[in-house]
Write a protein that binds this ligand. Structure first.
Ligand SMILES: [Zn+2]
Length: 256
């Protein structure tokens, strides 16, 4: 059962690493409610969270969260001591502090860049974060820390990012079109001259003159044609010597 919980955590954190660039050490943004639960369950967050996520973590909070837990008095004192031991990230509410939940929600609005994992027991805050993409949420389920599975908002955002990786930019599209035209010879009208981009040349129409043999000029001499027409085949005239003449000649040779 323990193995299964770790496997789920690994799968969920990998999703954020692959799709939204989460890296170790993971930044865990902790609120007072989560610290209260850890105090009640006697869980050492600095030890248990890195084991659970399989990597180093930075436990962080905000000034608003600390002020809120201080204001709640003795009932949440153990939580206050824990939350004060963590690093403080600037939330931008130094002039006028707001509730811990609102402060953490504002910290995760740009979470594709800031990459926080939020640790909270506050159901209302969890509901707000459910609708924001790329915000992993951790909470205590009894004694166990659980990293929630990615919300639909995160799944949709991850899919869109994957698709956009394969989409060409406007400039890439124009370069590709001009390259295609130069190879196929089809010229499509573009609003902008493609030669305005460095490295893009329009190809001269027709074949490359350097790779062509010079054409042989056909000179038709009419006088030659006339001569060919007029000349008839010369016939060989064989002078036939009649047989009796041949015999006479033989006889003459023999006598002489
Ligand atoms: Zn704040």
């Amino acid at each position: 059962m323990r193995l299964k919980r770790h496997q789920k955590a690994e799968r969920n954190i990998n999703f954020y690493c692959v799709n939204f660039g989460f890296r170790k050490p993971f930044q865990i943004l902790v609120d007072g409610t989560f610290c209260m639960a850890s105090a009640q369950n006697r869980v050492q967050l600095r030890e248990d969270i890195p084991k659970y996520l399989g990597g180093e973590v930075k436990l962080l909070t905000t000034q608003c969260v600390i002020i809120e837990t201080e204001a709640l008095g003795a009932a949440v004192r153990p939580a206050m001591h824990i939350v004060k031991s963590f690093g403080i990230h600037k939330c931008g509410h130094s002039k006028k502090t707001i509730s811990g939940a609102n402060c953490i929600a504002s910290m995760t609005k740009e979470n594709m860049n800031t990459r926080y994992i939020v640790a909270t027991q506050d159901k209302a805050l969890q509901n707000i974060l459910y609708h924001l993409p790329a915000v992993p949420v951790m909470y205590f389920n009894g004694l166990s820390i659980i990293l929630k599975a990615p919300s639909p908002a995160s799944l949709v955002q991850a899919k869109e990012r994957k698709q956009s990786r394969f989409q060409l930019t406007e400039h890439e599209n124009k370069v590709l079109t001009s390259m295609k035209n130069s190879t196929t010879g089809i010229v499509t009208s573009t609003t902008e001259d493609s030669t305005s981009y460095p490295g893009v040349f329009t190809r001269a129409k027709g074949p490359n003159p350097l790779s062509c043999k010079p054409k042989k000029k056909k000179i038709v001499d009419e006088t030659v044609i006339e001569k060919v027409k007029n000349t008839t085949k010369r016939k060989r005239h064989r002078i036939k010597i009649p047989q009796h003449v041949k015999e006479e000649l033989k006889k003459m040779k023999q006598v002489s």
